[in-house]
Design a protein around this ligand. Structure first.
Ligand code: PMP
Length: 429
């Protein structure tokens, strides 16, 4: 048995079956630095996928912040500590309306679980709506909303799905209706159904960039009709910023600012502490008071001094290294490169993205827009063999997902484009 098979067998024995791995032949990573990772054999890969090491794998300043705090004190929030206050102060300064208080958690799932309970407490209603191709986490509550990692249970009767936006194949295409209005009408229809079933509407939870849905191209203002409907029915708007937040889109720190909505609750996670497990829920003082008075919420690890030190260092590095400006310029450059490739390769149906979150939707036929699901999977695997880690997602799993650490450079973008050109040529249709 070779090393890889031995590891997989041991993994299954110790961790159980049906545990997902990326790629047909999984990668055994042992080291990371900035945008690069190395496997056990010493093969170097350009990381075009991982948004968790937001400021770069093993950034020395994050490592230093963690080490310094871990060697001084680590406790929980039942003791007083300035670390959490310094962090929440700096974090809430990045929001432009009344998102002023936070609960710190260890994962995005926990943050969304709280956000849903908060929306239900604020409104006194239970009904939660999300899109039908999303993922908001793995707790018993939020996994109910997931279609990408579905739970085996039936959807709670007070949870409903509306069709995920798809700018490449928009609902109502060819009619005179604006797609944004159609999406908002779907929301209203679901709210009315909830009311008919005697479950009133508590809130809508969406990723404002619709990252798991395949990041459709949506202009600023596209979600305004949605915001109006949520307000009309006295619901709570939850923006799940776990994927697009922390400046990834380049021009704004948060995707809800990019699209132009004002959520009542924001949830964050993944990139927040560069790999240290941290998440948070941010809301107004008033909403927080309502929630805190209803739940004596406590999270043993959430908001511990080491997590706060790591999180604070990430915010500082984003500023110091001008990573949002970098995301914007390198992202624009990479998208232009992908558009150039789309002139050569028919299989590229659509190029889209913003900042350092971009990709291409692959189709067998540009006219019919038939998803090239199998070739997409093949391309992802061949890119890995070429030393580039990326993945796929979207409603039909035929969209290449490129979401590298924020220090991704023009040179890195050239490397990615050169390898993609090579792999697309090999798979030309
Ligand atoms: N929300 C979104 C949009 C996500 O993509 C994810 C994770 N992929 C989560 C929430 C859950 O985060 P975590 O895995 O940290 O619980």
């Amino acid at each position: 048995m070779n090393d890889l098979n031995e590891l997989l067998t041991r993994r299954e024995k110790l961790l159980g079956p049906n545990l997902p791995t990326f790629y047909d032949t999984p990668v055994h990573l042992v080291k990371g630095k900035d945008v690069w990772v190395w496997d056990k054999e010493g093969t170097k890969y350009l990381d075009c996928y991982n948004n968790v090491p937001h400021v770069g794998h093993c950034h020395p300043k994050v490592v230093e912040a963690i080490t310094k705090q871990a060697s001084t004190l680590n406790t929980h929030t039942r003791y007083l500590h300035e670390g959490i206050l310094n962090y929440v102060e700096k974090l809430t300064d990045t929001f432009d309306h009344n998102l002023t208080t936070a609960i710190m958690t260890c994962t995005g799932s926990e943050a969304n679980d709280i956000a849903i309970r908060m929306a239900q407490t604020i409104t006194g209603s239970k009904g939660i709506i999300s899109t039908d191709h999303t993922y908001h986490g793995n707790t018993a509550l939020v996994s109910q909303l997931s279609s990408t990692n579905p739970s085996n249970d039936k959807l709670f009767k007070y949870f409903k799905h509306i069709p995920a936006p798809d700018s490449y194949r928009p609902l109502g295409e060819g009619t005179s209706h604006e797609y944004s209005d159609i999406f908002a009408l779907e929301l209203e229809k679901s709210i009315l159904e909830l009311q008919k079933e005697n479950t009133n509407f508590a809130g809508l939870i969406i990723c404002p960039f619709f990252a798991n849905e395949g990041f459709p191209k949506l202009q600023k203002g596209w979600l305004n009709p949605v915001q109006d409907i949520v307000t009309k029915y006295n619901g709570v708007l939850i923006a799940d910023e776990v994927q697009p937040g922390f400046g990834r889109l380049g021009s704004t720190m948060w995707a809800h600012d990019f699209i132009g909505i004002k959520p009542d609750i924001v949830t964050i996670g993944k990139p927040m502490a560069n790999g240290h497990p941290v998440g948070a829920v941010i809301t107004s003082n008033k909403n927080m008071e309502t929630f805190r008075n209803s739940y004596r919420y406590f999270n043993t690890f959430g908001g511990n001094p080491v997590s706060c030190a790591a999180s604070l260092s990430v915010l500082n590095i984003i500023e110091e290294e001008k990573l949002m400006e970098n995301a914007q310029s390198v992202g624009d450059y990479a998208i232009k490169g992908l558009q150039d490739l789309s002139k050569v390769y028919e299989i590229i149906g659509d190029v889209r993205g913003e900042g350092l979150f971009f990709g291409v939707e692959l189709v067998l036929d540009r006219k019919l827009k038939t998803p090239a699901k199998d070739i997409t999977n093949k391309i992802v695997n061949e890119m890995k063999e070429e030393g580039v880690l990326l993945s796929k997602l979207g409603i039909n799993y035929n969209t290449l997902k490129i979401r590298p650490p924020m220090s991704f450079s023009l040179k890195n973008a050239d490397f990615l484009l050169e390898k993609l050109d090579k792999v697309l040529l090999r798979n030309k249709i």
